[in-house]
Design a binder for this molecule. Structure first.
Ligand SMILES: Cc1cc2nc3c(=O)[nH]c(=O)nc-3n(C[C@H](O)[C@H](O)[C@H](O)COP(=O)(O)OP(=O)(O)OC[C@H]3O[C@@H](n4cnc5c(N)ncnc54)[C@H](O)[C@@H]3O)c2cc1C
Length: 291
């Protein structure tokens, strides 16, 4: 059988279909490896051909260039990357597990500590890279180990210290993340359920779900939330092409349907420039831009 076919490698794959903001060109190559063996074989194929490797989770923190991506994009969404198990107060989950499933699993075992992640539309892999979180809590606080693969196909085991979690960042970006161990504490199932409901309600009140988006565009600087700074610059509702700054949450850029990455980048430039001019604060992107 043809090697590319047996490794499930497709050509010219539209990335806009697998990002939440629904923007971006095609990936030169794309694959959803079934398991570690297939992942290793793809990495060896890419290495031999000097092809760059990218990993995508749920695509909820990504802006892909209109020109697309030269290289191979891997999505670890097959069942081989979605195992989830618990022992005592710890959960071990594959990087392809969604945060929604992770929170649900913890609830089913009456384990508490990650309720705040509910409503974040990512995978565990993406959440670890970004050290995702909200309401003052981040996933890195609960992680005790991470299993990853390097681009040569070696398995690497990392401790929380090795992972170097910081505010919406980690030291994991050079690895393909495979799984993580998350330490929780025993809780009362009804209280956990109530906490989840409260977090979801809070999120619904503050975030804008009317159009496709990638969540918060910029990280919050120390002085004030980025959304507030952008709002005070009078930028709510400002549009470029098919993209516009949310009227509800000024740190969200929404895609009305036909927005291009260049529209979003142009609004980002405007937001950065106005906030720098008015407050002397330099906004740092939270979303990852692939170009
Ligand atoms: C409506 C909405 C609300 C949001 N709210 C929040 C919030 O409250 N808090 C918050 O922190 N974020 C929030 N986000 C952003 C986003 O959901 C999180 O950052 C999430 O953790 C990203 O996960 P993902 O799987 O979608 O990653 P992706 O967007 O697919 O990727 C993000 C980065 O992680 C890398 N990556 C993904 N998986 C792997 C892997 N297995 N191995 C190696 N690298 C990998 C990618 O290469 C990329 O660099 C929100 C987004 C939306 C759309």
């Amino acid at each position: 059988m043809n090697l590319q076919k047996s490794l499930r490698i497709k050509r010219n794959y539209p990335l806009k279909d697998i990002t939440t903001i629904k923007i971006g060109g095609v990936a030169q190559f794309f694959s959803t490896p079934r398991n570690l063996i297939q992942l290793r074989a793809i990495l060896s194929w890419a290495d031999k051909k000097s092809i760059s490797v990218f990993v995508i989770g749920a695509g909820s923190n990504l802006l892909v260039s209109d020109k697309g991506i030269k290289g191979i994009v891997l999505k670890l969404s097959s069942t081989g990357f979605k195992n989830i198990a618990f022992k005592g107060n710890s959960i071990k989950a594959g990087s392809g597990v969604t945060l929604a499933s992770l929170v649900k699993f913890a609830l089913s075992k009456s384990l508490s500590g990650i309720e705040f992640l509910c409503g974040i539309p990512g995978t565990l892999g993406g959440a670890l890279i970004m050290n995702a979180g909200c309401w003052g809590k981040s996933i890195g606080d609960m992680v005790n180990k991470v299993e990853a693969m390097d681009l040569k196909g070696n398995i690497i085991k990392l401790s929380r210290e090795d992972a170097k979690f910081g505010y919406r960042k980690s030291g994991l970006k050079n690895y393909i993340l495979l799984s993580a161990g998350i330490r929780l504490k025993k809780g009362n199932r009804e209280i956990i359920r109530r906490n989840i409901k409260d977090y979801l309600l809070k999120r619904r009140k503050s975030q804008d779900f009317t159009f496709y988006n990638a969540g918060c565009i910029f990280k919050n600087p120390k002085v004030m939330p980025a959304g507030k700074l952008i709002e005070l610059c009078g930028l709510k509702g400002r549009a470029k092409g098919g993209a516009f700054i949310s009227n509800k949450h000024a740190n969200f850029i929404l895609n009305k349907g036909k927005a291009k990455a260049c529209d979003v980048l142009s609004l980002m430039k405007l937001m950065k420039m106005k906030v720098k001019r008015k407050f002397g604060v330099v906004l740092e992107p939270e979303i990852r831009v692939w170009r």
